[in-house]
Design a protein. Structure first.
Lengths: 260, 282
């Protein structure tokens, strides 16, 4: 393996951040430029949204269920088992719904975007597209970013809902609690700040997933091995960024919304 | 007849009148990190002429095509294509200019998730947004030009290398561009398929009078182009008598170590005194 000097490494990293920032800005700016490629957006929305639905539902349901199982023991000790609906609902809506859905979609779609675009780069299809007078940023990147942001928003709502349903199943079947009480507890504990926080996050995470996936795809070099590397890096970077950004966004929103 | 050429690597000469010139390179330099690929390349391609680019692997031939298309930007020098100074243009403005240029890539670069029909129609579909009967007619015309009408609903992976190259030519010519760039269009193909491709290139040159820049490793292909004309009536290539070679709008350019070492017609090429070129063409 070739050794790189620290200066060169720092330069490479700064260049990567610069290129990523430019791609992210351009992907948003293209929304206001024609053509819009609506058909491509719908196709991507189907691939990202409908395609991810089964795993999001499955993971959301069992996350809600395991959350109820794990917390039941502790709540019982304090005689607060009736608060299980509140605990599941707040955890799912504020944190687990957006973060888990984001990481799942990152694993499935950031990798897909990186490998698809990466293959197009190494087989000169991106150059061919530019040669044919089409801007690959407009045709390939912007529809993916818009579709991911849009679909992740709804996937998160679905994940939150099925998570609550998972908690309900545990509450009713294993803990013999009243279903109506669970639902009203879960529903009434949610305030505007919880829902707002839970719906802002998927928008940011969707943007991160699509821009990171597209960035690694568009900058893939070195044939099939390079495409494989880009795919792995896209998933790792998108997942790590989601976790890190989640912390800062939570802090920021809590301060802004004066949340207690 | 071949137009007069610039003095080799005349970096200092600046041409302001671009009429009658399809491509003009003036002192173009380009380096990839430490490796300087082009070291002051200058040449011009007059309108209607085909210029064959020769040189060993890594001499910068494909780079010249990418520069002419604006896919790469030079570190220094000037590139004028169809009257537009590419070095001064933004990427957004280049997309419009590229509509007048067709490019055939080395490995065809067909979109593998699209059918042959969608590949060939790509540029027109992008312009109009829908696949209408007029686009269908033009797709069939372009495919008939390369004799591949029957592949219209096939995917690139179902085609042979030669067929893919011909589809790439159909995709490049569908809008009848003013300039065509060919990157090793016959590379890796058998002699029969290569001859078919050469015939298509000559047909495009002689029937539609399209200017073209052609990168090739196969000397015999370029010599065939320089010594033959397309007979529209007979629908095939016809060899010219030896004295009429200069009537063919064809010239040659040889690169060595990132510099132009020869730019002239077939007569000048075969009578060159340069030992390197003599060895190269022998």
């Amino acid at each position: 393996m070739e050794l790189i000097s620290p200066t060169e490494l720092a330069k490479e990293k700064v260049l990567a951040v610069q290129e990523y920032t430019l791609l992210a800005i351009q992907s948003v700016a293209n929304v206001f430029r024609k053509p819009l490629y609506l058909a491509d957006m719908v196709q991507q929305a189907d691939l990202i949204g409908v395609g991810s639905l089964p795993i999001v539902v499955l993971i959301g349901f069992f996350t809600g269920a395991v959350l109820a199982v794990q917390s039941a023991n502790t709540l019982q000790r304090f005689g607060s088992i009736s608060l299980i609906g509140q605990l599941v609902s707040l955890s799912m809506v504020r944190e687990l719904g957006p973060v888990l859905t984001g990481i799942l979609v990152a694993g499935r779609n950031a990798s897909g975007m990186a490998s698809e675009l990466g293959s197009m780069v190494v087989t000169e299809q991106i150059d061919a597209m530019r040669a044919l007078g089409t801007d690959p940023m407009k045709k390939l990147v912007t529809p993916r970013v818009i579709s991911t942001v849009f679909m992740l928003f709804f996937l998160t709502i679905i994940s939150d809902f099925v998570g609550l349903a998972g908690g309900l199943m545990v509450a009713k079947v294993l803990l013999n609690l009243d279903a109506r009480q669970y639902w009203s507890n879960a529903w009434q504990s949610l305030v505007f700040e919880d829902v707002f926080m839970g719906l802002v996050k998927p928008v940011l995470f969707g943007f991160i997933i699509a821009t990171v996936g597209c960035y690694y795809g568009m900058t893939a070099r070195g044939g099939t091995q390079g495409v494989g590397r880009a795919t792995t890096q896209a998933v790792v970077t998108a997942s790590v960024l989601i976790i890190v950004v989640n912390f800062f966004v939570t802090q920021f929103l809590m301060n802004v919304l004066k949340y207690k | 007849m071949s137009a007069p050429t610039l003095p080799l690597d005349a970096a200092a000469t600046t041409t302001t009148d671009h009429s009658g010139i399809a491509i003009l390179f003036e002192g173009v330099r380009l380096a990839f990190e430490e490796n300087e690929v082009l070291r002051g390349v200058s040449f011009r391609l007059p309108l209607g002429e085909t210029k064959a680019l020769f040189g060993v692997a890594g001499s910068g031939k494909s780079t010249i095509l990418k520069l002419a298309l604006g896919l790469l930007k030079p570190d220094a020098g000037r590139i004028v294509v169809l009257g537009n100074d590419m070095t001064q243009m933004r990427e957004e403005d280049l997309f419009e200019l590229r509509g007048k240029i067709g490019m055939v890539f080395q490995e065809s670069a067909l979109f593998d998730s699209l059918t042959v029909r969608e590949n060939v129609a790509f540029r027109l579909m992008e312009e109009r947004g829908i696949y209408d009967p007029d686009i269908d007619r033009r797709v069939r015309e372009a495919l008939s030009f390369v004799e591949l009408e029957h592949t219209v609903d096939m995917f690139p992976s179902e085609l042979s290398g030669g067929m893919r190259r011909r589809v790439a030519i159909a995709r490049a010519i569908i809008t009848q561009p003013e300039l065509l760039l060919y990157d090793s269009p016959t590379g890796g193909l058998d002699p029969v398929t290569s001859n078919t491709i050469v015939e298509l290139i000559v047909k495009q040159r002689d029937v539609y009078k399209t200017s073209s820049l052609l990168v090739t490793h196969r000397l015999q292909d370029a010599f065939t182009m320089a010594t033959h004309q397309f007979d529209k009536q007979a629908n095939r290539l016809q060899e010219l008598p030896r004295g009429q070679y200069c009537d063919v709008p064809m010239s040659f350019l040889v690169l060595r170590d990132g510099k132009v070492i020869f730019d002239g017609d077939i007569h000048q090429l075969v009578h060159t005194k340069d030992e390197y070129i003599k060895e190269y063409i022998s």
